[in-house]
Design a protein around this ligand. Structure first.
Ligand code: PAF
Length: 275
């Protein structure tokens, strides 16, 4: 992959979409974006053990390479990079990338080692694929902000492009983990987007108290029997720091369990006096 990329990079604009496979409409929209911005599109498929905690779903994470390859061909991706775990982390591997401050809020605070695992694999993939640009989904907002910071801090010669969250008809963000939901959980999970819209409406209608906004969202989600809230947070949309009063653009972000599925989603809200 490195040899191929070095040759291609001389004359072609390389766009890159890193994924963990089991592709859905969200991933495919990132591929569309990369196709529209580059000459050659590389998609990686690698379920990265370093970003899963010991009690998380690394072993059961859905995988279907044949299906993924067909979908990527149909979408016009040029190269699928599908390394083995040992190629990426050979015995004795010991170097990690940590972007400071990302393990104290949102998913970073609840999944020890997760953000470090994501930063490390992205740095490695960027060094191997040598893209001019990489496309990340806004559903994993914290991840996208962290990777932009890493690229800037480490002077990487590439750009990070973000792309909007793709939703089902009832608003549920598409995710590989939606397949863990049974019928009732799937129906209940649609409440997440409604709760985010409620929070946004409150803020944009003048509510500046975080507890009021979070309380209203919690109440709506808790009405669903299968929902178990992990967090609902309101953070500064640029640096992801917790905010006490909502007087600038914020990210409303949440993580909620439905049965065995941990789902995340977010939305940006801009109070009137901040526009
Ligand atoms: O968003 C994901 O699927 C993963 O975190 C990524 C960026 C492919 C790194 O493993």
């Amino acid at each position: 992959m490195r040899t191929l990329s070095s040759e291609l990079r001389r004359e072609k604009m390389i766009g890159f979409v890193p994924t963990m496979g089991f592709l859905h409409g969200g991933h495919l929209s990132l591929v569309d974006r990369a196709v529209s911005l580059s000459d050659i599109v590389v998609v990686s498929i690698f379920v990265n053990p370093e970003q899963f905690g010991p009690s998380e779903d690394f072993l059961t994470y859905p995988r279907d390479f044949g299906r993924d390859r067909r979908l990527l061909e149909e979408k016009g991706a040029d190269i699928v990079f599908y390394p083995e775990t040992e190629d990426i982390y050979p015995p004795g591997y010991s170097t990690y990338v940590e972007v400071e401050g990302f393990d104290t809020t949102l998913c970073g605070a609840r999944r020890p080692g997760h953000m470090r695992g994501v930063a490390t694999i992205c740095m490695k993939l960027f060094n191997i694929v040598k893209p001019h640009l990489a496309v990340f989904g806004e559903k994993d907002y914290q991840q996208a902000v962290m990777i932009k910071k890493m690229v800037s801090d480490m002077n990487l010669d590439m750009e990070i492009v973000t792309s909007p969250t793709v939703r089902e008809e009832d608003g549920l963000a598409v995710s590989s983990r939606n397949r863990y939901l049974n019928e009732e959980e799937r129906r209940d999970a649609a409440v997440l987007y409604r709760a985010l819209l409620l929070g946004k409406k409150l803020i944009e209608g003048g509510e500046d108290n975080v507890d009021e906004v979070v309380g209203a969202m919690e109440k709506m989600i808790e009405e669903k029997k299968t929902a178990r809230i992990e967090y609902i947070e309101v953070v500064n949309s640029e640096n992801l720091k917790l905010t006490e009063r909502i007087d600038r653009p914020v990210l409303l972000a949440l993580s909620v369990h439905f049965g065995g599925a941990r789902l995340i989603d977010n939305i940006i809200a801009v109070p009137e006096d901040a526009t």
